[in-house]
Design a protein around this ligand. Structure first.
Ligand code: AMP
Ligand code: GLY
Length: 426
């Protein structure tokens, strides 16, 4: 098969690595990719916002499957443009990607199909949003409706912070994404990321993980795209997965089909495991980043076969298997992330670090400049390892990080802390 992968992050490096291991693969292209992905794919500079250009490339190269990594092209309808031209795609349609593209859409779906989530209101002006917040009281959560690169959410412990967040949204802090605001009840519990592979009809569980969203140790500081993750998540044992399938995923699949937007691709449920069970925080319509990296380390099945089955509506014919080992990844970011990451600093020692037992390093925001590997974004490297426990995987990752010579980078030192406390208690 000839495959075109869209994206340039650590998620796409992990996908490229697994796709390239498939015996079904003849040729992998990636647009735009990164220096790590270049080990597995031919990089092509396509403007993915130009759907005609992507279609033309796919036709010219007789691509058998396009795999779309990030959310922006999904919400922008790239899948539909490709399908209209007879090109097979892994990823949801624009209609189905509303699950990520509009938080209000998802909350309405939850209300209509009885999917457990926090009580909410949707507002297109500040006075009404503020009146609702005053009526509900703090803690409360304020979200920009649209895509805001993970930055459009304020978990307000005080009323004042919630009111300020409403003003920020309507004053344009998130551009068009903040033209509508969703206010929702604060959910208390432990978070988990849950993935399902879907084909419009069938949804099959595709792994659990726990992310670390805050930039600082001990879960402090501003939210980021994710500073590290591990899989599986101990907070999601088999019975919790079963409940989540029944109470959240199945009604979502039914509801989306009923609304005329059957969901295919990867459905990523951000869950809060509360004392009453799983509640939906949000849906994403793509693999998590960095969650994908740990899932791919554990996946034993042929990824390309699974992605093709999803695209063809044949998931009832496959059953993915994962290793029982734990995988853990630590994000190395450029100093200044998430506010203002510094670009251009030189990174050395990766080859040596990658020799650490059971370690794999995925590239995210890297570039090659004058023969050197340099930082070219906020989240730059994902140092990843497998082990028989979270503690063991964590030790290997930090051992590898010690060998990376990058004074301008930083990482959290406590990725996996919740699971490690659990392991120590056992
Ligand atoms: P989101 O972008 O919706 O995943 O929100 C970012 C982060 O904000 C989540 O990972 C949670 O940590 C937190 N969050 C979002 N919604 C809620 C909620 N209703 N209750 C508590 N925390 C939340
Ligand atoms: N790591 C969280 C996300 O990909 O949205």
């Amino acid at each position: 098969m000839k495959v075109l992968l869209i994206g340039s992050g650590g998620r796409e490096h992990a996908l490229a690595w697994k796709i390239s291991a498939s015996p079904l693969l003849d040729k992998l292209y990636c647009a735009p990719g990164n220096p790590g992905i270049a080990d597995h794919a031919e990089l092509v500079s396509l403007n993915v916002e130009d759907h005609d250009a992507v279609v033309a490339f796919a036709k010219e190269k007789t691509i058998d499957l396009v795999v779309i990594g990030p959310e922006a092209p999904l919400v922008d309808g790239l899948s539909d443009s490709l399908r209209k031209n007879g090109i097979r795609v892994f990823g949801p349609s624009q209609g189905a990607a509303q699950l990520e593209g509009s938080k209000g859409f998802t909350k309405d779906l939850c209300a209509r199909f009885n999917i457990p989530t926090g009580a909410y209101g949707r507002f297109n002006n500040a006075p009404k949003a503020k009146a609702y917040i005053r009526q509900q009281g703090a803690p409360i959560v304020v979200k920009a409706d649209g895509l805001a690169a993970g930055k459009g959410v304020v978990v307000a412990m005080e009323l004042e912070d919630a009111l300020e967040a409403v003003d920020a949204c309507f004053e344009g802090a998130f551009g068009q994404a903040g033209a509508e605001v969703v206010v929702e009840a604060y959910l208390d519990g432990e978070e988990a990321s849950f993935f399902c592979l879907c084909d419009g009809k069938t949804a099959i569980p595709f792994g659990t993980a726990q992310d670390h969203k805050r930039v600082g140790d001990g879960d402090t500081g501003p939210n980021t795209g994710g500073m590290g993750a591990y899989s599986p998540a101990p907070v999601m044992p088999a019975e919790m997965v079963e409940r989540t399938m029944k109470e959240l995923i199945e009604p979502t699949m039914r509801g989306m089909a009923e609304l005329g937007h059957p969901f295919s691709g990867i459905l990523f449920a951000g869950l809060m495991i509360t004392k009453d069970g799983p509640q939906l925080i949000e849906y994403n319509t793509r693999f998590g980043d960095p969650e994908c990296q740990v899932l791919m380390m554990r996946l034993q099945s042929d990824l390309l076969e699974l992605l093709t089955a999803s695209a063809d509506g044949k998931l009832d014919e496959v059953s993915p298997t994962f290793s029982d080992e734990t995988a853990l990844t630590v994000v190395m970011a450029a100093k200044g992330y998430p506010e203002a990451p510094q670009k251009g600093s030189v990174i050395k020692g990766l080859d040596e670090a990658a020799k650490t037992e059971d370690v794999k390093i995925f590239h995210a925001g890297t570039a090659l400049k004058d023969g050197n590997l340099v930082a070219n974004g906020g989240r730059v490297l994902n140092v990843t390892a497998t082990g028989s426990s979270v503690s063991e995987a964590q030790t290997k990752v930090y051992e590898a990080i010690e060998k990376i010579d990058w004074p301008n980078g930083f990482c959290r030192r406590d990725i996996g802390w919740r699971a490690i406390i659990r392991e120590q208690e056992q």
